[in-house]
Ligand binder design. Structure first.
Ligand code: NAD
Length: 281
């Protein structure tokens, strides 16, 4: 079984991006800039944002974090986004989720210019992705896609089963695999026989949020299994896939942690660079 090393893949991607930033700087005399807005003091959000900033600096991007307290009003945040939309030194804007209840997430997402939407959450980018046009793609499914392509460059005709239909993971994952000519089944909490669906798959992407949901006997021999889940349990952080069982059947499997997670941040940097390039023409 191939253990898909997301840390190594992310380090390689960051290295590529670092070289790209050097050549962009030589060509345009400026570097892409990423601005993150962080609201409140949730510990996981603070950790994510710190890691994003560290990785952005590592590849040579200009990076800035704007912090607001939990009590900030929606208008202040929306006005700041409008200001960043106009700022030519800002290539990408990310508002760290989740947001406090009094701030409308969708309004925030739709205020970010689609061309600076490094998360790929704006309806314009969601639509463009589904139409097969150029767009920002949400970072986690993009990371999963790049890992799958490393194992299997030609996905033509492969049967892919995605477990979970969230806007963040399942749905964009479906679009990416469809574009690669996979036959895609997207499953969810109302799916009648999840095991039978998974047993058909050449590729399984699990993005559910239920610890070790996907069992060994749900996976036929030779399947590529990508585990997006991050679940806190008594035995530590585990994914949505029962790693020990599934590793006996899978051709390749991502561990948790150290699989999809590191690729998510590397893809955010990739998206920032893509946003920059699209505005330099
Ligand atoms: P979500 O809660 O938005 O969506 C979960 C989906 O799973 C829903 O579509 C739901 O229908 C489906 N589902 C629920 N129970 C099911 C069941 N029994 N069978 C089949 N489908 C079922 O979750 P999300 O935001 O997509 O996140 C999923 C997981 O991925 C979480 O553990 C989250 O922490 C993790 N995550 C990881 C990364 C990363 O970088 N690795 C990024 C984002 C999310």
């Amino acid at each position: 079984m191939i253990l898909i090393d997301g840390k190594k893949a992310a380090a390689e991607l960051r290295q590529e991006l670092k070289h790209e930033v050097i050549s962009l700087k030589a060509k345009y005399n400026k570097v892409p800039g990423l601005t993150v807005i962080l609201i409140g003091d949730l510990t996981p959000s603070q950790i994510y944002v710190r890691n994003k900033e560290k990785s952005a600096n590592e590849v040579g991007l200009k990076s800035e974090v704007i912090k607001y307290p939990d009590s900030v009003n929606e208008k202040t945040v929306l006005e700041k986004i409008e200001e960043l939309n106009k700022d030519k030194s800002v290539s990408g804007i990310l508002v760290q989720l989740p947001l406090p209840k009094h701030i409308d997430k969708q309004k925030v997402i739709e205020t970010i210019l689609p061309s600076k939407d490094v998360d790929g959450f704006h309806p314009m980018n969601v639509g463009n992705l589904s139409l097969g046009y150029e767009s920002s793609v949400p970072c986690t499914p993009l990371g999963c896609y790049l890992l799958i392509k490393k194992i299997e460059p030609n996905l033509n005709g492969k049967k892919a089963v995605i477990v979970g239909r969230s806007n963040l993971n399942g749905k964009p994952m479906m679009q990416l695999l469809l574009k690669e000519n996979c036959t895609v089944t997207i499953t969810h909490s109302k799916t009648k026989d999840l095991k039978a669906e998974c047993l058909e798959a050449d590729i399984i992407v699990a993005a559910v949020g239920i610890p070790e949901l996907v069992k060994g006997d749900w996976v036929k021999k030779g399947t590529i299994v990508i585990d997006v889940g991050i679940n806190k349990t008594d035995k530590g952080i585990v994914g949505d896939v029962d790693f020990d069982e599934v590793s006996k059947n899978a051709k390749a499997l991502t561990p948790v942690p150290g699989g999809v997670g590191p690729m998510t941040i590397a893809c955010l940097l990739k998206n920032t660079i893509e946003c920059f390039k699209r505005t330099q023409i």
